[in-house]
Design a protein around this ligand. Structure first.
Ligand SMILES: Cc1ncc(COP(=O)(O)O)c(C=O)c1O
Length: 376
């Protein structure tokens, strides 16, 4: 199928039409046991090839402008399966500073067990990535905008560097969503998502995704078959349905987050606001070039208020984990996404106790701002 524009792809891409009824939605195939005689490959959920998985693979690859896609049972399943598909004993990978806490923990606590070496950049400067490349480096991994400090990396420059050195470039595109950023168009080899966030969008699905060339997705699938992070048919369907509204949800979240960021920026109770849509954000110019919207995520540091008390005072905004849903939620990264980092690691990553991360939903923005105002 030729490339569809984003909202059309959200609604239609990948839909598996039931020839008997011609219903508009993909039917849910609940079987885990399928006929196998005369087939080249058996159909089985953990083989990532049941009809609902295939429909969704096709939808997400269309959304991210890739040749192929693969959906997983979580974002971490997509990340770990991808890393282990391309890295082996003796290899090295370069990771950007400012990764989501779960990815940071996976990299720093698991990779060495497999004899895989890594380095994390001290900052987001391209020269820092370049300096860390060794003769055995295989992968450069970035996350932009990053969780939770919304730091921005120049995707085109990183993908050019990777290409020039024969490395595979990987991006976690969760915060941007495919609506705001399509890294494959900027030269990235593999795009990953926690589909638990914007793709799911209603805080009721745990899923992940990888999008790339047919060749790379085949490699990832081969490893993923053994690791076992496939997604069940019902959740595939729910995710497929959720993505139908992804475009309009994210558009609204972009608008709301910009207004909330501007409000927080002008409020005397904040020390710092991190949102790439603000002109004084260090990555604003790059973000404006590589993103079509600045996203629904922002973080801020409180100047006086106690972060726990501040969250407890909120009436509409729920203090809760995860992000990307239609409900506005807030969390303290030191208590949630980054709680497994040591004090030193937290300090190095620039994550402070007074930092709060806000996932802006689709409510009327005046109500979100009013709630924050009264909590100050
Ligand atoms: C940027 C980012 N990547 C990956 C993940 C991991 O996703 P999951 O929780 O679906 O495994 C998260 C989860 O918060 C995230 O924020």
């Amino acid at each position: 199928m030729s490339q569809q524009s984003v909202n059309t792809a959200c609604v239609h891409a990948g839909t598996l039409v039931d020839e008997r009824t011609k219903g508009v939605n993909t039917p849910i195939y609940t079987s885990t046991s399928f006929a196998y005689l005369d087939l080249e490959e058996a159909v089985y959920p953990r083989y990532f090839n049941v009809p609902n998985t295939l429909a969704l693979n096709s939808k997400i690859s269309m959304l991210e402008h890739g040749e192929a896609g693969l959906v997983f049972s979580s974002g971490m399943a997509a990340i770990s399966s991808t890393l282990l598909a391309f890295l082996k004993n003796g290899d090295h990978a370069v990771f950007q500073k400012g990764l989501y806490g779960g990815t940071f923990v996976m990299v720093t606590r698991e990779l060495n067990k497999y004899g895989i070496d890594y380095d994390i950049t001290p900052d987001n400067d391209i020269s820092s990535f370049e300096k860390l490349i060794k003769s055995n480096t295989k992968i450069i991994f970035i996350e932009t905008p990053s969780n939770p400090l919304l730091s921005i990396v120049d995707i085109t420059i990183v993908s050019e560097l990777a290409k020039s050195r024969g490395l595979i470039s990987v991006i976690d595109n969760t915060f941007a969503s495919p609506v705001n950023q399509n890294p494959i168009d900027l030269g990235i080899d593999i795009v990953l998502h926690s589909a638990t966030k914007y793709l799911g969008g209603h805080s009721d699905i745990c899923a992940g995704a990888a999008i790339s060339t047919k060749k790379y997705i085949k490699n990832i699938r081969t490893t993923a078959l053994s690791l076992g992070g496939s997604l069940n048919a019902q959740t595939c369907y729910l995710l497929e349905r959720s993505i139908k509204t992804l475009g309009i949800r994210v558009e609204r979240q972009n608008q709301n987050a910009q207004k909330v960021a501007e409000f927080l920026k002008s409020h005397p109770g904040t020390e710092q606001v991190y949102y790439p849509g603000l002109r004084d954000h260090p990555g604003h110019v790059i973000a404006a070039r590589q993103m079509s919207g600045f996203g629904g995520m922002l973080s801020f540091e409180l100047l006086f208020a106690d972060p726990v008390k501040f969250q407890k005072k909120l009436k509409l905004i729920r203090p809760s984990v995860s992000l990307g849903g239609v409900d506005t939620i807030i969390c303290s990264p030191v208590m949630t996404s980054h709680r497994h980092l040591s004090k030193e690691e937290m300090e190095k990553e620039g994550i402070r106790n007074n930092l709060l991360r806000l996932s802006v939903g689709i409510e009327d923005v005046k109500d979100i701002i009013e709630d924050l105002e009264q909590a100050f």
